[in-house]
Design a protein around this ligand. Sequence first.
Ligand SMILES: NC(=O)c1ccc[n+]([C@@H]2O[C@H](COP(=O)([O-])OP(=O)(O)OC[C@H]3O[C@@H](n4cnc5c(N)ncnc54)[C@H](OP(=O)(O)O)[C@@H]3O)[C@@H](O)[C@H]2O)c1
Length: 301
Amino acid sequence: MNDKVLITGSDGMVGSRFVELYPNKNELLAPTIAEFDLLNPHSMERYLKNNPVSSVINFAAYTDVREAEKDRGNENGLCWNINIKGIKNLVSLFGSKVHLVHISTDMVFSGSKDDKGPYKEVRCPERDPSKVTWYGYTKGEGENIIREADISSTIIRIIYPVRAKYDNKSDYLRKHLKLYNDDALYPMFSDQKISVTFIDELCTTIGKILSDKIRGVYHCSSSDTTTPYELISYLIEAKYGVKNTVKSASIHEFLRTSDNPLRYPIFGGLKCGISQKALGIRYSTCKQIVNKLIGQNISPR
Ligand SMILES: NC(=O)c1ccc[n+]([C@@H]2O[C@H](COP(=O)([O-])OP(=O)(O)OC[C@H]3O[C@@H](n4cnc5c(N)ncnc54)[C@H](OP(=O)(O)O)[C@@H]3O)[C@@H](O)[C@H]2O)c1
């Protein structure tokens, strides 16, 4: 039986860790974007013809939230193309022939005071683009394309994915470690709700989903929620032994005088109870994730 697994976005922050940790490396096919471009169905067909697979994990996406906002409403823009047309191309290429595991985001939800998180797995993405980032909207529509197609699929939503090291891009924890090291850490919000995804635990989750061909929508995140103030204070104390160095601020106060042009979730976070039960996996708390990353010698970036 063919057990090859195609990985898109294999050099990205999340996908590259999956490749690093996956035990059966000879099962993985990790084409470059030139070999398998979500925006070029011919390249996709050609690659697949020469490399039959039984599953695909789609880590590829347009992920620059700030840049995406400049393309709001543009159905010819790169964000729309990769996150929506790219998904349509994937779905029509693979059809029911392979199992598609797709990575999505908490940003499909608004995190606003009228629709507060943390959100359960059963929630559908926000369909009003004015309530979410443009990136979040396109990712939500990408989810909808998969859900509405008659294919074998799994959607996994993640939030602020973190890992100990990755040279090409920063993440929520490494970014704030760097700001602290540079003496440039700004006050952190103590009234914003977030959770974080330990990428290593996402990799275990995907491994389980692949081996058991599990379908549906799942969340992979810390089993609790936190605030930026609480999380970064703990990180700096646990990493450097320095207490009470982070200053707190209020996002509600901040928004009284400033806009929230990026529509970042204020009451955000993902619940993962249904996923933990269905998959038989226990996710770490935020503090446990920080401790594990310190054990892996997390470095600032
Ligand atoms: N990072 C976050 O904070 C976050 C939060 C929640 C969810 N997610 C989701 O997690 C997944 C992985 O995110 P990430 O942070 O690892 O992203 P990333 O570092 O930006 O990597 C994105 C990957 O997609 C590839 N790609 C872009 N356009 C493509 C195309 N047309 N065809 C094929 N591949 C293409 C990129 O290839 P090149 O490098 O060659 O351009 C890169 O390997 C995404 O689905 C993202 O939406 C991320």
